[in-house]
Design a protein around this ligand. Structure first.
Ligand SMILES: CC(C)(COP(=O)(O)OP(=O)(O)OC[C@H]1O[C@@H](n2cnc3c(N)ncnc32)[C@H](O)[C@@H]1OP(=O)(O)O)[C@@H](O)C(=O)NCCC(=O)NCCS
Length: 188
């Protein structure tokens, strides 16, 4: 067990997106994103009553990276606009070597392949730099876009976890998608 982030979230550069640490300056953009009912529809994001709640969420996400309990990047497009965020909600080395991916994109940027590129950067980092062996993604079965995203990246749908999450609308099922390091390497 060697990897330690301890708050030093690295910049990851792709062709069209850049992943970097979120800061309090991003609160306004993330508030618009996190409070959009379409972005929230299948997520378990807490209520976002105002911009300060988004600022608090950014603070919490950054503190998780300090204790190595999670890792979240902001996603910038080529014009430097913050268009979403992604990362590992949870990860563990010894005893499992796995992590769970989470992501959301602002609605105007859906359908352009930005998240696919962002998740590819996270996967490279998770498998190669962090040394993880298995990345999971838990999606609401009604969330067709999220299912397509993970299938297009080579994840396998391993099954449906019944009433896995409690949300404002009651208990909901979750699809368990997973990608193994050997599958990621073979696909490259
Ligand atoms: C899940 C979510 C990130 C998917 O967004 P998305 O825009 O569909 O995903 P991508 O950015 O990878 O874009 C893929 C689409 O862009 C298209 N596309 C256009 N140009 C492209 C390019 N240059 N490269 C790749 N794909 C491209 C693809 O064909 C695909 O279109 P399709 O949806 O019609 O099949 C988004 O719907 C979202 O934020 N939802 C709310 C939060 C959420 O559900 N998060 C997931 C929980 S784990």
């Amino acid at each position: 067990m060697t990897y330690r982030c301890e708050g030093e979230i690295p910049v990851l550069g792709g062709e069209r997106v850049k992943l970097r640490r979120l800061s309090s300056k991003d609160a306004e953009a993330m508030y618009r994103n996190w409070s959009d009912p379409e972005v929230r529809r299948y997520s378990d994001l807490p209520e976002m009553p105002d911009v300060s709640a988004a600022g608090e969420m950014i603070r919490i996400l950054n503190s998780l990276s300090q204790t190595d309990d999670g890792l979240r990047w902001g996603i910038e497009d080529a014009d430097g606009r913050l268009i979403g965020s992604c990362g590992l909600n949870w990860w563990q080395l010894e005893g499992a070597y796995r992590g769970e991916i989470g992501c959301e994109l602002a609605r105007p940027f859906w359908g352009k392949g930005y998240m696919r590129e962002a998740v590819e950067l996270v996967l490279d980092y998770a498998f190669e730099d962090m040394g993880l062996n298995r990345i999971e993604a838990l999606t609401d079965p009604r969330n067709i876009r999220a299912g397509r995203l993970f299938e297009s990246l080579g994840f396998t749908l391993e099954g449906r976890l019944r009433q896995y999450r409690q949300t404002d609308s009651g208990f909901v099922d979750a699809n368990m998608y997973a990608l193994l390091r050997e599958e990621w390497e073979d696909a490259k």
